[in-house]
Write a protein that binds this ligand. Structure first.
Ligand code: COI
Length: 358
């Protein structure tokens, strides 16, 4: 089994791609010159970790992942700080979650230190691709797929780990402007006992129909409710959700149906540092609507690596439009965004040791 101390082979690209200006970047369309790869076989464990020129993978059409979706991924970012140094944001937490997802999908875990080494090595090789301006970052996508060519339904015996890098700007075209969200009860994203807490493509596939319907109706994303009662709030689009009701901040608990977001954890930690009243508890859409009617619904925002903090300016539920904070960015939403971004770009002290320098 390969550990983090084994050497990583590096094959450099002979030609370099043109790099767009930061201001031209959207999300996830541009990729760097290199990628990281490692293989897994039962007898060898994870082996042959290497950096190669970025390029297509060659897969047998019978490859298990193409049929039964045994695949997991992560998403994290590297930033250029004000001091010019490049830092990863909470890579250990992402490596931990990768292994959590791996367990849920019967994928062999990786040595977290090898995951960390893969990230730092690849980002170092492609370091000139890390955007330099605030609001821009290098998005890092570690992925594991079942690579065995086999059509029986069982966990594969061979896997491929790869990491690709994409310089990015804002995830939503709205940027930090408040988004309009449709609350859906026709579709659910995940159910208890299912894969909701794993970062696996199946959960994103399950969200597409609802997201398309919402888009056609003029909304940016959907808010999913729980699969049993169709009542309790779960996730907003691809993000966790937080709601400020009076002096309480509420976010749904990690019960197995939602993803344990790293930005969720960062926001909760910061708000507890600030002595705010924060509860991880079930919250129904009816409670949110009632709070809106009583005037105590103050702010709603999503948390996720891609968008960081995304203010919600309006919720629509059963035909009712519920404006939030008059469609403006709330004070706590902005404070959280500034605090997290401050740590990411090293304009604020990293008191929790969340960043790792490359
Ligand atoms: C995130 O908020 O970082 C996400 O999960 C979105 C990503 C799948 C593009």
């Amino acid at each position: 089994m390969t550990t983090h101390s084994d050497p990583i082979r590096i094959t450099r690209a002979t030609t370099r791609k043109p790099r767009p200006k930061d201001s031209e970047l959207g999300f996830g369309t541009v990729f760097t010159d290199h990628m990281f790869i490692a293989d897994f076989e039962e007898e060898k464990g994870w082996y042959d970790p290497r950096v190669e020129p970025y390029g297509p993978l060659s897969l047998d059409p019978a490859t298990a992942v193409l049929h039964y979706s045994q695949a997991i991924f992560e998403g994290l970012k590297a930033f250029t700080g004000r001091d010019g140094k490049i830092r990863l944001f909470r890579p250990h937490k992402h490596a931990e979650r990768l292994n959590h997802s791996a367990r849920q999908l019967c994928i062999p875990p990786m040595d977290p230190e090898l995951v960390l080494k893969s990230l730092t090595t690849l980002v170092d090789v492609d370091r000139e691709w890390v955007p330099k301006s605030v609001g821009h970052a290098l998005y890092i996508r570690p992925t594991i797929i079942a690579s065995e060519p086999f059509l029986g339904v069982r966990p594969a015996k061979q896997y491929l780990y790869f990491v690709i890098l994409s310089p990015v700007g804002a995830y939503y075209p709205e940027g930090m402007n408040p988004v309009k969200i449709l609350v859906v009860d026709k579709y659910v994203r995940a159910v208890e006992g299912g894969l909701g807490a794993a970062k696996t493509g199946a959960n994103y596939a399950a969200s597409l129909h609802a997201a398309e319907d919402a888009k056609h109706a003029g909304f940016t994303q959907v808010l999913f409710l729980d699969g049993v009662h169709r009542k309790y709030i779960e996730e907003v689009g691809t993000m966790n959700i937080m709601i400020r009701l009076g002096d309480e901040i509420v976010t749904p608990p990690l019960g197995g149906t939602i993803l344990a977001g790293v930005t969720r954890d960062s926001a909760l930690t910061l708000m507890r540092d600030w002595d705010l009243t924060v509860h991880e508890r079930p919250i129904s859409i009816d409670e949110v609507v009632a709070a809106a009617h009583q005037g105590t619904l103050r702010e709603v925002w999503g948390t996720g690596t891609a968008a960081v903090i995304s203010p919600v300016g309006e919720l629509a539920y059963k035909g009712e439009r519920i404006p939030i904070n008059n469609g403006r960015i709330g004070e706590l939403t902005q404070r959280l965004y500034d605090a997290i971004v401050g740590i990411q770009y090293a304009t604020a002290p990293d008191t929790h040791g969340w960043t790792v320098e490359v």
